[in-house]
Design a protein around this ligand. Sequence first.
Ligand SMILES: Nc1ncnc2c1ncn2[C@@H]1O[C@H](COP(=O)(O)OP(=O)(O)O)[C@@H](O)[C@H]1O
Ligand SMILES: C=C(OP(=O)(O)O)C(=O)O
Ligand SMILES: [Ca+2]
Ligand SMILES: [Mn+2]
Length: 662
Amino acid sequence: MASNVLGNGEFSFDNKRRTGLPKIQTQKTDDENVVCHDDSATPVKAQTLDELHSLQKKKSAPTTPIKSPHVFGVAVSEEERQKQQLQSISASLASLTRETGPKVVKGDPARQAETPKVQHPVHHHPTPTLNVSDSGLKFTHILYNLSPAELYEQAIKYEKGSFITSSGALATLSGAKTGRSPRDKRVVRDETTEDDLWWGKGSPNIEMDEQTFLINRERAVDYLCSLEKVFVNDQFLNWDPNNRIKVRIVSARAYHSLFMHNMCIRPTPEELEDFGTPDFTIYNAGQFPCNRYTHYMTSSTSIDINLARREMVILGTQYAGEMKKGLFGVMHYLMPKRNILSLHSGCNMGKEGDVALFFGLSGTGKTTLSTDHNRYLIGDDEHCWSEHGVSNIEGGCYAKCIDLSREKEPDIWNAIKFGTVLENVVFEDHTREVDYTDKSVTENTRAAYPIEYIPNAKIPCVGPHPKNVILLACDAFGVLPPVSKLNLAQTMYHFISGYTALVAGTEDGIKEPTATFSACFGAAFIMLHPTKYAAMLAEKMQKHGATGWLVNTGWSGGSYGSGSRIKLAYTRKIIDAIHSGALLNAEYKKTEVFGLEIPTALKGVPSEILDPANTWPDKKAHKDTLLKLGGLFRKNFEVFTNYKIGTDGNLTEEILAAGPTF
Ligand SMILES: Nc1ncnc2c1ncn2[C@@H]1O[C@H](COP(=O)(O)OP(=O)(O)O)[C@@H](O)[C@H]1O
Ligand SMILES: C=C(OP(=O)(O)O)C(=O)O
Ligand SMILES: [Ca+2]
Ligand SMILES: [Mn+2]
């Protein structure tokens, strides 16, 4: 600051009128010498805080298309492409009663500064102005294919129960529903599905009519359009490029968007540019219930599939697994039409290219055992088997994490990091350290992560024809052997039976294990009669020379309560011996009742546990339990005795004979 001593002895500042403190020079002046030099950092190139904040985010989204933009061979501008994309989303969200799509706009409504492009409603018919409701006047902001980081921010800002855990995962709550609701699943019965689908006793397809579907669809769409913003994911299913399905997921929660980002196949920016019209669309309005006065509704939850419209509506449940398994059901319809078998199985491949499938109901070990540090992971839950081999349907894994331990399941443990959705887990308030043993919210705690979070994932997730088909059963009765080698008829018998017995609640004292039979180890997801899938599996196993195995990942030394669950380390040894071929050439003996071939010895596993008859201290209790289970199998199979499996009459006979005899 320059100052002068005036001739008259008075002290004066440059600015002659002393009306306050001297003006501080902030602008650089010509006279460099008067400014004190501070060379520790160059000043930011911003005039305001807003400007400073705008510097933080670099626009990586290309303003010029990645590829030269062509639609059906005609060049389109980037602006036109963006417009088409918004039009497509507006059309997806169109009300069927007002025959218009909402006004949609891209981007977060919280970011006022950005003036986003608006897409006006799609008018199928000229709508009289008198008919305009308030919904026609508002905008719905579209958060399109956000990145995990953006979705984290959305979840943490706006969704109660969202937190970052100490390992970087996003902890979320799925609300009242912490598992699937198979009794609330509905499938539209129309001309298309009437003959093709499996209806009636034992079928998971509970019918609804087209009109009711449209009522629920309208309810979901109205709910979604009433929100300030919705998330839209455009992604793929199936790593087989010839049979890839384009899916669009419209949802209200960042949690749902991140879950599907992880679980479906993520398109590259180029693939997203020419995504076009989706093959199938999910409307997830899970926070909003269905109307119980609506025909066919028996609760406030409804998961509705309309194959003709290629749409699924979710009302009244926020459990994210509903979306992934709903799409799996759709694949169980679409793929067999192309002579491709859809499988509820995990899948991995050895260094020599030997592929194994792991079938089993929920909690039997598909995810745990297909995630094997010594093998390439193709996928943990949903696959296709075509003429060319196997392909994963999904782009991620969905692991159970109750009692998860770093020692026993290191790859899954390490996959729970930034980007992973952790559902319904409990964590320490301050450190955000997850307690995987805590069942306070649910026993069905889950982690959803992209498949590349597993270090030895095989990308692309495809492989040659399977060599081994492993059927997993978690037998809480403790009578099935830890491993049995199956012939083709036995494989089919156990595949159609789809047995497991878990213990429902562990808190309220000891409970009887209850047997569950779920055809094709996934009755909740199949669309056609089980024998259709079984015939395809038999044909493929025969053609490619695959061996079937039955592995009990459940109890040994007694039923639940007296025995204990087979150590994961032993099951892994058994699986290793199947993969290596060692078990194929072992010495075998036959068990009574189920007639299963069991090895007499296996490296790394105590021989006495290989035959359950040895491990039960009470021999009579063992025999009684074995007969009881045999009876349950027989009773369950009654509904299938009138069906022919494939074109081979002999095989049908053999399958019927492959069940328990007593
Ligand atoms: N012997 C065993 N084999 C397989 N899993 C076991 C075994 N013992 C305990 N488990 C546990 O059982 C659960 C199996 O679940 P998971 O692999 O997610 O099943 P799925 O994918 O078939 O639903 C995991 O929590 C795993 O740690
Ligand atoms: C997601 C599920 O799959 P699984 O338990 O088979 O892993 C489910 O059944 O809801
Ligand atoms: Ca699983
Ligand atoms: Mn599964």
